[in-house]
Design a protein around this ligand. Structure first.
Ligand code: FAD
Length: 566
């Protein structure tokens, strides 16, 4: 491994190592999804010593499998959840401010048809209420369009029975994977420790109080031994990999796996999660593809569903089906595919989409509160920070959305301080930008970056929308070593430097982490398969991977992709 890369590699790695001296924390957070990452960030910023553990990669759970909207939840108005809508709209504003590189305004069209369950007056009332609940917002107010105006804006919409449309704004987080990551980067910058591929196997409970967790490292023995040796040589960072961590408070933020974590304690606790599965399909642009997102009532069951321009492709979803299985095994079914294709072809008849057009698909399980008596779509999307009457100092996170993760984290950390008997220190996560927006006014930075970067305009745009102001660090790598300017994926224009950056600065451990949740190349139209050989070669040349590791990692990646292609 080249010396400069090695140095960064070990500095970052040092944060990931647990040794005996540091295994005592103020707080252990289980799960590095958006909620766990947000809580870790907030707690670390308020001075707590935090350990964040995930059995997989950062953001590799439900947070990667959503519709990728930062939305007020227009639909929740129907269920009278005004408080949730108000909170979501406020958080949408906050995220547009603290993460402008990742969260951007999105224009949505809501076409209304004769005989729809939600008539034109219902939609109008909803739009006025939505605007009224977000008086201080920066996004434009809604517009109501006649059918002729609607067809001018989206000519391929089904014209038969069209009464008109509402055009309104929400926001899109193209890559929630990176929103999660940036929360973790910020947490680490404030002193938190993070361990990925560290599965919590047991809650340690003594005399009715949680004391910590027992966990296993899931990396292969061979790789781990190699890494330990390398760290030892690097200057004695310490090889100890403790499998227990102790803290007075444990937060169970394992999303749809929350009950699995609770089952590892020796105490009987009530079931908390009643998950519902939601699936999406991704297709390339198609005949009649809209330039704005479409949010329309499904013909089959009246559920609202989306066709959204996303990542130079279209994201279509979602479904909402009760799910009692293992969240690791949630996959799109044939019926869900038929439903999503049918509904898209129904509202955009020129599309004529078939299975052949599906590039990939994904499914996730919403970690909703357990209930026996409500239809899936009526279950509240609010979040709850649940204490456990029989296990003191343990709190489980139930429900929530990407959109409201920050306010959830703020409430959770306030609760932790209270439980510790301390006055909560002030929370500043609503003001402090995430690391990719950290150097001030992002749009000014973008302008200057484009002027001084020798890279192509398309590459500059790509870097800014993925890394924000951290694009500077990538540029620095390229300037230090011209080989790192190599484009390893022609579709996205991704650079070799990004692979190095993922492993040295952004906690990637596997090639899948690097492609799917750092460089985002894994979400291109071949799911990154076109780039895998080049990525392996670059990792070998720049990071010193052995032949065996390249073979192992590329095979593992192909396996992940095989599961994403229906
Ligand atoms: C189909 C769908 C569409 C959605 N669309 C939107 C949307 O458009 N906008 C929006 O705001 N919200 C949306 N949501 C909701 C949102 O995605 C979730 O509520 C949110 O991502 C949950 O985050 P989390 O951190 O609680 O869970 P997760 O992201 O699932 O994180 C939990 C983590 O815990 C880890 N874990 C599990 N078991 C263990 C263990 N034993 N040891 C260590 N770690 C463990 C997992 O690996 C995982 O990384 C959607 C959800 C779904 C499913």
């Amino acid at each position: 491994m080249p010396e400069k890369v090695q140095r960064w590699h070990y500095i970052v790695r040092a944060f990931q190592i647990l040794d005996n001296e540091t295994s005592q924390f103020d707080l252990i957070v289980i799960g590095a999804g958006i909620n766990g990452a947000g809580i870790a960030r907030d707690a670390a910023m308020r001075g707590l010593r935090v350990l964040l553990l995930d059995k997989g990669d950062i953001g590799g759970g439900t947070s990667s499998w959503s519709t990728r909207l930062i939305h007020g939840g227009l639909r929740y108005l129907e269920h009278g959840e005004l408080g949730l809508v108000r909170e979501s709209l406020r958080e949408r504003e906050t995220l547009l401010k603290i993460a402008p590189h990742l969260v951007r305004p999105l224009s949505l069209m809501v076409p209304v048809y004769k005989n729809a369950r939600r008539g034109i007056w219902t939609i109008r009332a909803g739009m006025f209420a939505y605007d009224a609940l977000s008086l201080s917002k920066s996004l434009p107010r809604h517009r109501l369009l006649s059918s002729a105006e609607t067809l001018r804006e989206v000519p391929a919409l089904k014209a038969d029975g069209l009464l008109g449309a509402a055009n309104y704004f929400d926001a899109q987080v193209e890559f929630p994977e990176r929103l999660v990551l940036e929360n973790v980067l910020s947490a680490v910058a404030h002193g938190a420790q993070v361990l990925t591929y560290a599965r919590v196997d047991k809650l340690l409970v003594d005399e009715g109080t949680v004391r910590g967790v027992q966990f296993s490292r899931l990396l292969s023995q061979g790789r781990e031994a190699q890494e330990r040796m390398a760290r030892g040589k690097e200057g004695g960072l310490g090889p100890a990999l403790n499998e227990k961590a102790i803290a007075p408070i444990v937060i169970n933020a394992a999303g749809p796996w929350v009950d699995q974590i609770l089952d590892t304690s020796s105490v009987d606790v009530e079931r908390l999660i009643g998950g519902t599965k939601g699936s999406h399909i991704i297709v390339a642009t198609f005949s009649g593809a809209p330039s704005k997102a479409i949010y329309v009532e499904a013909e089959t069951d009246g559920r609202p569903f989306f066709v959204i321009p996303w990542n130079n492709k279209y994201l279509i979803g979602t479904t909402d089906i009760r799910f009692d299985g293992n969240p690791d095994e949630a996959r799109i079914t044939s019926d869900e595919i038929d439903y999503l294709l049918h509904e898209t072809n129904q509202v955009l008849p020129a599309a004529k989409l078939t299975r052949a057009e599906i590039l990939f698909a994904y499914s996730g399980v919403r970690p909703l509160p357990y209930t026996t008596h409500r239809a899936a779509q009526k279950i509240t999307r609010r979040h709850f920070i649940r204490p456990h009457p029989r296990i003191a100092n343990l709190f489980s996170i139930v429900g929530g959305k990407l959109t409201t993760y920050r306010s959830l984290a703020e409430h959770a950390v306030d609760t932790i301080f209270k439980q510790l008997g301390q006055t909560p220190r002030a929370c500043s996560t609503a003001q402090d930008p995430l690391p990719g927006a950290a150097t001030g006014f992002f749009f000014g930075f973008s302008h200057r970056f484009k002027r001084r970067s020798p890279l192509s305009p398309a590459t500059n745009e790509r870097l800014l929308r993925i890394y924000g102001t951290r694009s500077d660090l990538i540029l620095k790598l390229v300037q230090q070593d011209k080989a790192l300017a190599e484009v390893f994926d022609t579709e996205t224009g991704a650079l070799a430097a990004e692979i190095v950056f993922a492993f040295t600065e952004e906690f990637a451990t596997t090639l899948s982490d690097c492609l799917l949740r750092r460089t985002m190349v894994g979400l291109n139209s071949t799911c990154g398969l076109n780039a895998i050989e080049a990525a392996g070669r670059i990792a070998q040349q720049q990071l010193g991977w052995s032949d065996a590791r390249v073979t192992e990692e590329t095979a593992a990646y192909r396996q992940v992709v095989a599961e994403a292609r229906p």
